[in-house]
Design a protein around this ligand. Structure first.
Ligand SMILES: [Zn+2]
Length: 530
């Protein structure tokens, strides 16, 4: 007697092998049989006739750290068939930190990670994992975030870690990996991570390499002179070779300005691989990004942490230098952006408005307006780019994503920054990235479902050591999505990001239905994995 029997579906098992008709029997949290189970009985029978049965999707890059503590069901991901999310990306996270550091760092990161309860124990990676284990809809994996590691050792100080400080930091990384983190993450355009140099990163990768985990990096845009072998992707590839560590590169894809240039984008990757670099990458299917305004400010402003930063923003003698900083990193980017999140009563109605509109309303330049808003919101604000007005550019970026996912080293990471409905107008990628790729983009580009499913399931499970996940096979965890592959479609848009997809009929997490007949069940069967 099975707990759940999924019968008559087309099984796409995640391995990349050809799909086949069959039944799946689940007992407890595991798949116990795959085959012809027509005579077997079960407590719950799911008729999957005419539907496809896939392993649950794995989101390799999610910023749902805060939302999952407030809305544990994980509506943004579960409705898409995402059964595991990898959090603490870009070196951003709250652990391991003592309570004073946690409280100030939570304020500093609020524009991306949201507002967690401030009385939580964040003193270790174990404690962090405990806040999600069996308390959320999807499974959650975490990385050791570089930011807290640096904060614990040196605070918000503009200097690379050396000597004893580096040794202390290595120990923190090692302990976090021992406590179940699946790798180390950094974001070398965010602070305090950008204060590092290549030697610091090589040092921190020693325990990562020794324990066979993954170094996950959003490549460097700040302090480029600290990158010993070239900045950006070159630093990441040098680290892969020199530290002999598995490297995973976050959201590496073409943008509207580089649409169609996949070959150019991949040339350094493929060259590095020829000399032995072990590299995987991820992308998401949208021609617009999203982040926080602090991303654009040079390290001198961040030094000292959030209160020091707010003080510098307030001082009129810093204005010119601040404006210059906002203009330098990606010139022009700020004239093409819109607010996604503002928390104050004064500004919350401005979410969705473009920077230019808010600036002209205030009779300020865009840069001066951003400085004002950062102060008014105490940094707890976020924004996204406005997607290209030309549909052909959007289509080219989407077609590039499909071309990247045809490689066997590419995965899908939503980079989602989900909010609760009513909290703002987030980028739709948090609510639609997976449904968009497995639905309309797969159909438009006629990609075999087996190949694409592999990139969204078994490949990330294997890369991040998520044991017994990402595949439909006997003995594996029953993380399963049942969908209509002709109809699955994302509906989340920039205008209305919260709308869930259609065509996702059942989602099981550890053998428990999180979506039944297309409806959320509210069950919280997710675990801290692996
Ligand atoms: Zn990110």
């Amino acid at each position: 007697m099975f707990d759940i029997k999924i019968s008559g579906g087309t099984i796409v098992d995640g391995s990349g092998q050809e799909q086949f008709l069959g039944d799946i029997g689940v007992i407890g949290d595991r798949i116990t049989r795959i085959g012809d189970l027509s005579d077997a009985s079960a407590h719950q029978k799911i008729d999957a006739t005419g539907l496809s049965v896939l392993p649950g999707f794995i989101d390799t890059h999610s910023h749902a750290d805060g939302v999952l503590l407030k809305e544990p069901q994980g509506i943004h991901s579960i409705r898409q068939g995402v059964t595991s999310e990898i959090l603490t990306q870009d070196g951003m996270g709250w652990a391991p930190l003592d309570s004073a550091n946690y409280r100030s760092h939570a304020r500093y990161l609020a524009g991306i990670l949201g507002d967690p309860p401030l009385d939580l124990d964040m003193s270790s990676i174990s404690a962090l994992r405990g806040h999600y284990d069996r308390k959320t809809g999807p499974n959650v994996a975490v990385l050791v975030p570089h930011g807290p590691v640096r904060l614990s050792v040196l605070g918000f100080t503009d200097a690379p870690l050396r000597g004893d400080n580096l040794l202390k930091a290595q120990n923190i990384v090692r302990r976090g990996l021992d406590e179940g983190a699946v790798g180390l993450s950094t974001g070398l355009s965010y602070y305090p991570q950008s204060y590092s140099d290549t030697d610091e990163l090589l040092g921190l990768c020693e325990p990562v390499q020794a324990l066979n985990k993954v170094y996950v990096t959003h490549v460097r845009n700040h302090n480029n002179e600290r990158a010993k072998y070239g900045s950006g992707i070159d630093e990441a590839l040098a680290i892969a070779r020199i530290a002999d560590v598995k490297v995973h590169i976050s959201h590496f894809m073409t943008r509207p300005t580089s649409a169609g240039q996949v070959k150019e984008l991949m040339t350094p990757i493929d060259e590095a691989k020829l000399t032995g670099a072990d590299v995987t990458l991820e992308c998401y299917p949208y021609a617009a990004n999203a982040t926080i305004p602090g991303y654009f400010l040079r390290g001198e402003f961040h030094e000292g942490g959030i209160d020091a930063l707010l003080q510098k923003l307030r001082k009129s003698e810093n204005r010119e230098n601040l404006v210059d900083s906002l203009n330098t990193l990606f010139p022009g980017a700020l004239s093409n952006a819109a607010f996604t999140r503002m928390v104050s009563d004064k500004n919350s109605k401005l979410t969705g408005f473009s920077f230019s509109d808010v600036a002209s309303d205030r009779n300020l330049s865009i840069e001066e307006m951003i400085i004002e808003i950062m102060l008014e919101e105490q940094l707890a604000c976020g924004f996204r780019a406005i997607p290209p007005s030309s549909v052909s550019v959007t289509r080219q970026v989407e077609s590039d994503v499909i071309e990247l996912l045809a490689r066997d080293d590419y995965m899908l990471g939503s980079d989602g920054i989900p909010l609760l409905e009513g909290e703002g107008l987030p980028h739709p990628r948090a609510y639609g990235a997976f449904a968009r790729v497995i639905g309309p983009l797969r159909r438009r580009h006629k990609v075999p479902i087996e190949e694409l499913t592999h990139r969204l399931t078994a490949l990330p499970a294997q890369r991040f050591g998520l044991t017994d996940r990402g595949v439909l096979q006997e003995g594996a965890f029953a993380d399963i999505v049942v969908l209509d592959d002709d109809k699955v479609h994302d509906l989340a848009s920039f205008e209305d990001p919260f709308i869930g997809p259609t065509g996702i009929e059942y989602v099981l997490v550890n053998g428990t239905p999180a979506v039944n007949h297309g409806m959320l069940t509210g069950d919280l069967a997710g675990r801290a994995i692996p």
